[in-house]
Design a protein around this ligand. Structure first.
Ligand code: SME
Length: 156
């Protein structure tokens, strides 16, 4: 799998993109492009951010088709990830009760929380047209990479 084999290059690229830039939206934009490039058969890769004033998740930078702008904290795969503060991998989204179908081509989905100071600051959402797109090893690698990158992001 590309992201596993190229893990070192991926991290080097991510770090070089983020280290000299503080703007969150610029960094999340480049990260969504970078993840998409390293993950074949993904149709949507992007971020949802916390909107504490409105008490929901709001769409951030992404690569893919137009997506739902706001997701309540208790809805969908993203809401589940936000509430549990744990990554969630859904090999068949059609079997997940309450899955929010932004792109009807999506068949599997991985959502990883970005946590700083024990608080979920954002979610990385990766959708694939393939059922069971990610192996266990790849899910673990993506979680580790996301945790590493999370430290470099500056949230207000
Ligand atoms: N499927 C997600 C919604 C976001 S889109 O996939 C981009 C969910 O169930 O929360």
């Amino acid at each position: 799998m590309q992201i596993i084999n190229d893990r070192k290059t991926f991290i080097l690229q991510a770090k070089s993109l983020l280290e000299d830039e503080k703007n969150l939206y610029a960094n999340l934009s480049n990260l969504s492009a970078l993840f998409k490039e390293y993950l074949p058969n993904t149709n949507w890769v992007g971020f949802y951010l916390l909107d504490n004033e409105d008490n929901n998740l709001v769409l951030g930078p992404f690569q893919g088709k137009i997506a739902c702008v706001r997701i309540p904290f208790n809805k969908g795969v993203c809401g589940h990830c936000y509430t549990t503060k744990e990554p969630i991998y859904v090999p068949d989204v059609h079997k997940f009760k309450g899955h929010i179908a932004c792109d009807s081509n999506t068949n599997s989905e991985l959502v990883i929380p970005i946590i700083q100071n024990n608080e979920v600051k954002a979610l990385l959402d990766i959708d694939s047209i393939k059922y069971d797109r990610f192996s266990k090893e790849e899910v673990n690698t993506l979680i580790e990479l996301t945790n590493e990158i999370s430290k470099l992001l500056i949230f207000k």
